[in-house]
Structures are given as C-alpha cells and as structure tokens.
Ligand binder design. Structure first.
Ligand code: SF4
Ligand code: SF4
Length: 234
C-alpha cells in the first residue's frame, strides 16, 4: 500500500533560501515535508521516552560481540519500524541496494557464518581498508549504480544478517523514484548519536578482542565495502 500523500511546504531559513538561489537550486528542491518531519520527530521523542521508562527493553547485555550486535540489530529494527509509516521503504524495494555499503569486520563474519550455514558458496576477497590520511578516498565509490551481490530477484538474500548501514537507510520521499544514481543523496541514514556510538562500541569491542588497538581509530577506519569482501556468491 502506498503511503498517504503528504502536504509540502517550504520552511527554509532566509539564509538557506538565499544560498539555494545563488546555487541555482530550483524551488521544487527546497521543499521540505514538514508535517511528516513533525510526526517523525514526535515518533523519535516517543521512542526515547519508552527507552527511558523501560531501560530493560533496550538493554544490551555485556557478552560476546556477535551476540551484542544481534541484540543491537533487533533494537535498530524496532526503532526503524516506528518510521516506516512515513516512508515508502519496504522489503523487496531495492533501488538503494545499488550504492556502496560500509561494513565492519564483525558484520562480515556474521554474513559468512550465515552463508556457510545456508550452504551458499562464495568467493571471499581481501577487503580494501581505509587508513588515516585516506578519508577522502571514499570506500567502494566505484560500486555506485552496481547492484549488491546479495540482491536476488530484488530481495536481499541475507536479510536477517544485513549490515547496520542497510538497516538504517531510509527515505521520506513519497516514492522510491529518487533512491538511486545521483538522486540517492535523498537517502538518509536514520540514526542518532546514541545508536551510532553503540554500534561503534560493539565493533571496537570485537576488534579489541582480536588484539587491534582501537583507541585512536576513526569511524571510517573500521569499515570496508560489502562488495569488496565477497566477489561472487553461488
Ligand atoms: S530507500 Fe528507497 S529503494 Fe530503499 S527501500 Fe526505501 S524506498 Fe525502497
Ligand atoms: S546486503 Fe542486502 S540490503 Fe544491503 S545492499 Fe545488499 S542486498 Fe541490499
């Protein structure tokens, strides 16, 4: 079912409006969906109220990083469900599976385990890591427009173990028309400071257990690109 059509207005600040006019950005692109944004903000507030009132609901217990990440995934999926009613995103909609996906070593291992368990053959590649000084060299930028190798018949074939980045990607446009190519800039990684830091903490815990010094690692240093890890799956 299509999401309800939403009213659009232009609540742009005078400064931003001036900047957009100078840049020649057409009026239609300055529209922001305020009624929807208000609802989303309320939904976020409500979610955090629930979290505060019931700490146990989202408590991620200390334990093996794999277990912690799976508990965290559950939490992220629950949070994101609150926003689905404002978005055309749904399972089987896959234009966004044609942009690069940052993935951590821990998530790669979880995917490998899933593929092994389901007897899916794959060729593993040596991922290209980004190190200090290379932050301008975007991970996997050459994959823009190329479908993720895990996309089968427009569905994610590793859906239960898809990475955090795939779980948090969303759009609040009316349709998926602008979810790929140059328009993919309209996609949003739905997250919060707490969610990002929790994710990074679990990933770093895993690396620490592997003997990696993580204290000074920047977020971009803990990722590679999903398709740089798996060449082909059978
Ligand atoms: S981001 Fe776009 S392509 Fe991806 S699920 Fe949502 S609507 Fe579909
Ligand atoms: S892992 Fe799944 S959800 Fe993520 S980009 Fe690939 S096919 Fe899409």
């Amino acid at each position: 079912m299509l999401p309800p059509k939403r009213k659009r207005i232009k609540p742009i600040s005078p400064d931003e409006l001036l900047w957009r006019q100078e840049e020649g950005i057409p009026d239609s692109e300055t529209e922001i969906d305020v009624p929807s944004a208000d609802k989303i903000e309320l939904a976020i507030e409500n979610e955090f109220r629930i979290m505060n009132n019931n700490n146990n609901r989202y408590l991620i217990k200390d334990g093996p990083p794999t277990k912690m990440l799976k508990a965290f995934y559950k939490y992220v999926d629950e949070i994101n469900m609150a926003f689905n009613k404002y978005s055309p995103c749904k399972r089987g909609c896959s234009k966004c599976c044609r942009i690069p996906v940052d993935v951590s070593d821990l998530e790669i291992n979880i995917i490998k385990h899933f593929l092994d368990k389901n007897k899916v053959k794959y060729i593993q590649r040596k991922p290209q890591k980004i190190y200090a000084g290379d932050s301008d060299k975007l991970i996997g930028k050459e994959y823009t427009g190329i479908a993720c190798i895990f996309l089968k018949d427009n569905e994610c074939s590793i859906y239960p173990v898809r990475p955090f980045k795939c779980r948090s990607l969303i759009t609040f446009e009316d349709t998926n028309d602008k979810c790929d190519g140059e328009d993919s800039i309209k996609l949003i990684y739905l997250s919060s400071y707490v969610i990002e830091r929790t994710y990074e903490a679990i990933i770093k815990l895993y690396l620490k257990k592997k003997g990696v010094e993580t204290d000074f690692l920047q977020p971009y240093q803990i990722f590679s690109e999903l398709r740089e890890n798996f060449k082909r799956i059978g």
